[in-house]
Design a protein around this ligand. Structure first.
Ligand SMILES: *Cc1c(COP(=O)(O)O)cnc(C)c1O
Length: 322
């Protein structure tokens, strides 16, 4: 295997300069109720308050900012039914370049509309009959578009790392830090910032119980592939870690934890009721794992990355009414 050029903290610092003034510097919230529950100091980095509602804007904007003039003129292509689609569409609009987003035929109408609302051109494919990666690659080849994947790309990882960088700049070093894990762009980027700014902090990635490919990969030392997991955490329904994200996670993360869908619902309710914020199921992974481990966190300074808040209101009200 050829060795890949992995991104470093220096790339995160450069990404922070590129996104400054365009991405929101999101708030770090605290809650007395959470501090009392944990008997610790808990800091929530609120990426649900990022532009388009999730941290993915950071990686998308960083990646697109680095395009050459030629790449800008042809535009970007991405495949996603979730937050990456909206992030790419918005970043492309702000940088005046065309964006094509490949989405499954059964993607929620609201997500298609949001992506089109940012000026993205949506190409629909049949989830059961067609291969989206192949469609993306064909479009890229035919029209000279640059494909930006949702997590396995050095510029995406570096961009995602800027959220943790901002957190540590605000709180100083922490004892433990919990980060949501899908394909690992957010966790790998957070790991670069953690090792640079709070080297002794225990860093945990958190996955849904039903999709623990990251945990299996981390513990076995090779990327494990699984079927698309069934979970309410739709942002973490990934089947495997990436070639760039895995080696960084293996090197810099302390462990990967898992939580159940029920625990995620408890956290959605906590965020709404106690902190007055809307968090999507995937955005609750970090907090749910910290709650499970709270006996070990007594007296500590704990960071939680709240990754996003995109959930439609009907679905949210279902979780709140339970
Ligand atoms: C994409 C996403 C994740 C997972 O991020 P990865 O970089 O794929 O690990 C977590 N939370 C939300 C809200 C997301 O949109």
């Amino acid at each position: 295997m050829t060795t890949l050029d992995l991104p470093t903290y220096d790339d995160v610092a450069q990404a922070a300069r590129r996104i400054a003034g365009t991405a929101n510097r999101t708030p770090v919230l605290t809650s007395r109720t959470a501090n009392e529950e944990f008997d610790a100091q808990v800091f929530f980095k609120c990426e649900n308050m990022q532009r388009m509602g999730a941290f993915k804007f950071r990686g998308a904007y960083n990646a697109l900012s680095k395009f050459t003039l030629e790449q800008r003129q042809a535009g970007v292509v991405a495949f996603s039914s979730g937050n990456h689609a909206q992030a790419i569409a918005l970043a492309a609009k702000l940088l005046n370049m065309p964006a094509t987003i490949v989405m499954p035929h059964d993607a929620p109408a609201a997500k298609v509309a949001a992506t089109e609302g940012y000026g993205g051109k949506v190409v629909i494919y049949d989830r059961y009959k067609e291969d989206r990666e192949q469609i993306g690659r064909e479009l890229a080849h035919k029209h000279g578009l640059t494909l930006i994947p949702p997590y396995d790309h050095p510029d995406v990882i570096a961009g995602q790392g800027t959220a943790a960088k901002e957190l540590f700049e605000e709180t100083g070093p922490l004892d433990a830090f919990f980060v949501c894990l899908g394909g690992g762009g957010l966790l790998a980027g957070s790991a670069l910032s953690t090792r640079a700014l709070s080297p002794r902090c225990r860093l945990y990635g958190v996955e849904p119980e039903s999709g623990n490919d990251g945990q299996q990969s981390f513990r076995s030392g090779a990327i494990v592939h699984i079927e698309t997991p069934k979970t309410i955490a739709d942002g973490a329904q990934t089947q495997h870690l990436g070639q760039y994200t895995f080696p960084i996670i293996r090197r810099d993360v302390d462990d990967i934890q898992t939580v159940s869908d029920d625990e995620l619902v408890q956290c959605i309710r906590f965020f709404a009721e106690r902190m007055k914020i809307v968090v999507e199921p995937t955005g609750c992974l970090g907090f749910a794992a910290a709650r499970r481990m709270k006996d070990k966190l007594k007296g500590k300074r704990v960071g939680i990355l709240v990754s996003g808040g995109n959930i439609d209101l009907a679905r949210l009200s279902g979780f709140l009414a339970r």
